[in-house]
Design a protein. Sequence first.
Length: 255
Amino acid sequence: MALFIDLILFMISCFALVAGGYILVRTLPIIANAFRTHEFVMSFILMAVATSIPELFIGITSATQGNSSLALGTVIGSNIADLTLVGGMAIILARGFKSEPDSRRGAWSMLPLTALPLVLMFIGHELSRIDGLILLIVFAVYMIFLLAKRRNHEMHEKVRFFKLLLSLFLFIAGLFILFYSAKYAVIYASSIAFGMLMPPILVGLFFLALGTSLPELIFEGIAARKKKAELALGDLIGSVIINSTLVLGVTAVIQ
């Protein structure tokens, strides 16, 4: 009976995940248009920062407890999942992406920014506080560059103030739905797995590893199905860059 209840609750969590992702995909273009910002840039700034919050808190907690290697492992694992599982699923659902110049430049900038912490570790054999400051400065400069780009974006449609407020409210609500439904989807999936006597290692490798990437996976999957390639690419590229600069930078500074 308990297994059946867990299965029902898991299905409800999955439906909530899809609902949250759908709300975000519908509201982000309106917000981007209101602030005269390209969809790629807005997805990078809002969605990618939001989906990187769990990694950031893991980094802060592990650094204060003297276990910075946990944060490094989380960032590496998260980036691998984003670039393979999440990115691959989004491309399949979209049947290929036709990218715009903004997203192509973002993809090229992702390569050196992702490699930067590895280069700093190779030079100093660790990520020192100075290395952390360098990563935070690089993150700040890149964000300023992205925000400056919105001046060059022409607004196609004037968005009314009430519509903007409603979109912002729905966006925040969608984020809460996405995160909490992902959390409970992992909990109930793990409970189902244990109820079926699956080994703990399989639970960790499959359910929990997938659960940490669920927000990005759902958002980018729905964006891809809705032919919103710039939203999906903004979240994907932004998550990888933020993990490699902001998350590791904060972790290195407070260790």
